[in-house]
Design a protein around this ligand. Structure first.
Ligand SMILES: Cc1cc2nc3c(=O)[nH]c(=O)nc-3n(C[C@H](O)[C@H](O)[C@H](O)COP(=O)(O)O)c2cc1C
Length: 360
């Protein structure tokens, strides 16, 4: 009897030394394909019918072809985003249900297998600036309710400076060791001893994110590119050339960044993530982690009386190069800009342009 088979839309292919490899982005299974398997696979385009042969039986068993596409709705986004989506899913077969004793045993065993320390990349510095002891009075005075209510995107910075103490508080609250460096509760059980606890949640406590700064107008600091070192609560000057044109370029010409006193680029170091897991799911978590930290920074900056703006858009390679990052395994994800100004979300130039276009 003739059958019609469909190529599995979750399967992608790449070339290795061995030949063609098929990867099921959902189940993460990989198969080396011989030419005869690959050519038979290409035959099944969802249109043709044929009698099944032994290769087809294998292709079906490996889910490289399907008897039906099922009722899954069309994705709607582009093909790459669909593949990113399937690659970051946890299908049921990958997460079998475990009795509590077994889940606990696996957790302890996995934790104890991990190396005991995890190095953090430290870029070479021109000079080190010790930040003032965090004051924390101002951030403690504003209620969480008030900070949430007052946090608004500002696209109207006025160029006024902020103090080094404000920056010290902001960095300490968002990236600093507010509980101290050692996490005694996990260290006591010899579990994940490389984990660190800060103000934002972090997958397995690997704290994969770092703060790299563009400083334009902070009292007591020369304009430049900096790295925050949580150890020692200090700033490392990486390069003393930082102007607003370069910063605007770095965020894809979003010119309303001009006038901000400082930008904090949140970067991810994949070495720290891979300590926990090499899977695409763990990769997806880094964006969650950066998102948590950015919100912590936004709320703390608001509590410090500063205006804030967050940019997800940026020229990735340009930014990485400015901070001396490889841009591949250590890369920027988002940036929080702080300063003084107003709450205007629509920049004046955009308003003027909209008016001009309406009048044409
Ligand atoms: C992940 C993410 C990326 C963003 N990227 C940009 C951006 O590139 N440029 C921009 O002007 N605003 C950006 N924003 C800010 C949003 O436009 C803003 O938060 C939204 O309009 C709601 O306004 P609010 O922040 O005042 O609540 C981003 C926000 C998020 C959460």
């Amino acid at each position: 009897m003739k059958k019609k088979l469909y190529p599995n839309p979750d399967v992608i292919f790449y070339l290795s030394d061995e030949g063609i490899v098929a990867v099921n982005t959902l189940t993460k299974e990989e198969y080396d394909l011989t030419d005869s398997y690959f050519s038979r696979l290409k035959f099944w385009n969802g249109q043709r019918s044929d009698k099944m042969n032994t290769i087809d039986v294998d292709l079906l068993a490996g889910n490289l072809v399907l008897e039906s596409l099922g009722g899954r709705p069309a994705w709607g986004g582009d093909r790459l985003s669909e593949l990113c989506h399937t690659a970051t899913r946890n299908p049921a077969m990958m997460v079998p249900s475990l009795p509590e004793e077994e889940a606990a045993r696996q957790f302890v065993e996995m934790s104890q297998l991990k190396q005991k320390t995890l190095e953090r990349f430290i870029p070479p510095a021109i000079s080190i600036i010790k930040l003032p002891e965090p004051h924390l009075k101002t951030v403690q005075e504003m209620s969480l309710f008030e900070a949430c209510k007052k946090r608004k995107t500002s696209r109207s910075f006025n160029g006024a400076s902020i103090t080094l103490l404000q920056l010290s508080d902001l960095l300490f609250m968002s990236f600093g060791y507010i509980h101290g460096k050692e996490w005694q509760e996990v260290a006591a059980e010899d579990l994940n001893t490389a984990s660190e606890r800060k103000s934002s949640p972090s997958g397995s406590g690997v704290q994969a994110c770092d703060a790299y700064l563009t400083v334009v107008n902070i009292e007591g600091l020369v304009p430049g590119y900096y790295h925050y070192r949580a150890d020692g609560h200090e700033l490392a000057l990486l390069s003393p050339e930082c102007d607003e044109a370069a910063i605007s370029h770095s965020v894809c010409d979003q010119f309303w960044v001009k006038g901000a006193a400082c930008g904090i680029f949140i970067t991810v170091d994949m070495h720290r993530v891979w300590y926990k897991s090499e899977l695409a799911r763990a990769y997806a978590y880094v964006f969650l982690e950066a998102g948590h930290i950015s919100q912590t920074a936004l709320l703390n900056a608001t509590a410090l009386g500063l205006k804030t703006w967050l940019s997800g858009s940026m020229r990735d390679e340009f930014v990485a190069q400015k901070f001396g990052l490889d841009g591949w395994r250590h890369f920027p994800v988002t940036a929080v800009f702080v300063g003084h100004g107003t709450d205007e979300a629509v920049p004046q130039k955009i308003r003027e342009t909209a008016l001009k276009l309406r009048q044409q």
